[in-house]
Design a protein around this ligand. Structure first.
Ligand SMILES: Nc1ncnc2c1ncn2[C@@H]1O[C@H](COP(=O)(O)OP(=O)(O)OP(=O)(O)O)[C@@H](O)[C@H]1O
Ligand SMILES: [Mg+2]
Length: 311
């Protein structure tokens, strides 16, 4: 069942459309990745999903409820871990979590239990009495996660939660995303690290300049770039004549060379290895290694936009 449905969603600032007619469906139970470079419109989209930012066109429904018409119902169902930390530096870690719990209407023993649970889950129990001003960046991020999940929301949205933090906290966060998902929450996870999104998410939408330019499982997205395969050959004695003959091969789209490496781009499933090996040996090129590289999401982004994700 669809948990979140975005239909033709628009955000407008003067003449700019940072979110330009976005259509997305997030299914119940999935980890959904929103991948895109700086300024793609990820955070703006998320703010509208949470009801923090007015929609200038289209509609968003969570659990069948319009975000505009039922803002309070929506807030109960969503836990947001914002891109910029939102913590009270002068309050202890547990008071921070408790503060968010009270906003959600929790009181008494239930509130206390949930604070304890959230701090345990994020690995911060032993720092519960300390102020976030004494925490590392990664610990602050984990505390922000504790605040966002303590009311057990159906949908947890994390906006680039692993940017600029230590590897230990990063792993902790990635594991906690999986655990929260297993416990029944759906997740929207934004990032501009394609490796992270590919490893974590069931489905991925690629966003650029306010548009969703591709959406699907990693396999489906890979299939879109699978028209081209790259053969990477490490070799010595690569002469201009050898390169010219490779370039003249009818199946070879293009050849690129760098220090000791020759990269050949061919239409997929037409990797004519025999021919290529023959050309190398004919020109006495010495091959040290050879492998075929599968296209990844970075390649897809490049082929759709002509730019890299991290430009
Ligand atoms: N309040 C605002 N007024 C005008 N323009 C804005 C405002 N907020 C965001 N924008 C613009 O909207 C576009 C999308 O911004 P957004 O923060 O959603 O991108 P993002 O994908 O989250 O990027 P990042 O990876 O850097 O976080 C950007 O061009 C940004 O400058
Ligand atoms: Mg952002």
């Amino acid at each position: 069942m669809a948990l979140a449905v975005l239909s033709n969603v628009v955000k407008r600032y003067d003449q700019k459309l940072p979110v330009d007619h976005v259509n997305l469906t997030i299914e119940e139970g999935e980890i959904f990745g929103l991948l895109g470079p700086n300024g793609a419109g990820k955070s703006t989209t998320i703010s509208m999903i949470c009801g923090l930012l007015k929609i200038d066109g289209g509609e968003i429904q969570i659990d069948g409820l319009s975000v505009e018409k039922y803002p309070l119902e929506i807030k109960k169902r969503i836990g947001l871990v914002p891109q910029d930390l939102a913590l009270y530096e002068t309050m202890s870690a547990e008071d921070n979590v408790s503060f968010f719990g009270k906003l959600y209407g929790l009181r008494g023993k239930l509130l206390k239990d949930r604070v304890k649970e959230a701090l345990e889950f994020t690995g911060l129990s032993d720092r519960a009495k300390e102020k976030p001003s004494t925490f590392s960046g990664g610990m602050k991020r984990r505390l922000n996660i504790a605040c966002a999940i303590m009311h057990r929301p159906k949908l947890i949205i994390m906006d680039e939660p692993t940017v600029g933090i230590d590897p230990q906290s990063r792993n902790h966060i990635l594991e906690s995303v999986k655990a929260l998902n297993k416990m029944g929450s759906s997740i929207i996870y934004t990032s501009h690290y394609m490796e992270e999104v590919a490893a974590l998410c069931d489905r991925v939408a690629i966003m650029d300049k306010g548009h969703i330019i591709a959406c699907g499982t990693e396999g489906e997205l890979r299939a879109r770039v699978a028209q081209e395969e790259k053969i990477v050959v490490k070799a010595s004695n690569v002469t201009p004549e050898l390169l010219n003959e490779l370039r003249r091969h009818p199946r070879v789209n293009r050849v690129e060379t760098a220090e000791g490496v020759v990269e050949l781009y061919l239409p997929s499933s037409q990797t004519e290895l025999q021919d290529i090996l023959f050309i190398f040996s004919k020109h006495e090129g010495v091959i040290a290694s050879l492998h075929i590289e599968e296209p990844d999401l970075e390649t897809l982004f490049l082929s759709l936009t002509g730019r890299t994700l991290r430009d």
